[in-house]
Design a protein around this ligand. Structure first.
Ligand code: G3P
Ligand code: CA
Length: 269
């Protein structure tokens, strides 16, 4: 078993490897989370969608074109949507060559495969339901896979998992189904609207270009569904100046394709 990464949770802001260490390995693959582990990062982020036959897979776009060789393998199947392919078909795709020949043969992981690897790597996860409106019932299904892979036991729920979405309805559904699980809403609600989000969301995860010291302070002033101050993980910060700027606002986490750059910027500060 690989050694646990060094960085602990006491250092704030937490540095979260976006889609894995996606500047250095193909996004949302097992190689990308292994790369984050090898670089010493405990927290990773992913995106979850559903295949035609109902398997959950790790993929950012709702379309397979950008990050696999689907056009080559299934030339007649335009527009190559995730939801129009079976899990067996997706398992045939190369999800690494588009990034670099070094990663040829890397696969699109199923959610279960991905969770087992996050466990093996002793990592923690910001889990995103991507476009949940396309996949009715995906929250219940995703939670089932998390339970089956050991991710809904007390220990994991306490400190290893956040489930987020751009869809407030999806976050609400997750909170309703599993009130113990930490949740995040992706977006930048007005300060006046924060109390409504705080009913079901522990985090307000905004793009770094939309936030300020005042906004972060406002977030921290409200208590989330678990009675603790709301948190903010901001994204996607890939350079030193913006990392220092976000940290100066007092954010709780920085989601980044280049976790090494962010870590160095925070240490040198
Ligand atoms: O985790 C935040 C970020 O991933 C949201 O945007 O499009 O990269 O999923 P996106
Ligand atoms: Ca994401």
């Amino acid at each position: 078993t690989p050694a646990a990464p060094a960085a602990g949770d006491h250092d704030r802001p937490l540095v979260v490897a976006h889609r894995g260490a996606s500047a250095y390995a193909p996004e949302n693959t097992l190689a990308a989370i292994d790369k984050a582990r090898d670089m010493g990062f405990r927290w990773v982020e992913n995106d979850v969608q559903r295949t035609k036959d109902g398997e959950l897979v790790i993929m950012h776009d709702d379309n397979l074109k950008r990050t696999t060789n689907v056009e080559e393998v299934f030339p007649g199947r335009s527009p190559w949507k995730v939801k129009d392919f079976t899990a067996a078909e997706i398992a045939k795709l190369d999800a690494g060559s588009w990034f670099s020949p070094k990663y040829a043969g890397e696969r699109v992981p199923t959610l279960a495969q991905y969770m087992r690897r996050v466990s093996r790597n002793h990592q923690k996860l910001v889990f995103e339901f991507k476009k949940p409106e396309l996949y009715p019932g995906i929250e219940k299904q995703g939670l089932r896979v998390l339970r089956e892979t050991g991710w809904l036991d007390k220990h994991h729920v306490k400190s290893k998992l956040v489930i987020q979405s751009f869809s407030a309805d999806s976050v609400k559904t997750v909170h309703k189904l599993r009130p113990d699980v930490k949740t995040g809403f992706l977006g930048t609600p007005s300060i006046a609207d924060l109390p409504a989000y705080a009913e079901f969301s522990d985090q307000i995860n905004s793009t770094h270009t939309s936030i300020s010291t005042a906004y972060v302070a406002a977030i921290h002033a409200f208590k989330g569904p678990h009675g603790k101050p709301l948190e903010i993980f901001t994204w996607t910060v890939n350079d030193a100046a913006n990392a220092r700027r976000a940290a100066s606002f007092g954010v709780d986490g920085i989601i980044t394709n280049t976790p090494d750059v962010v870590r160095k910027a925070l240490r040198d500060h």
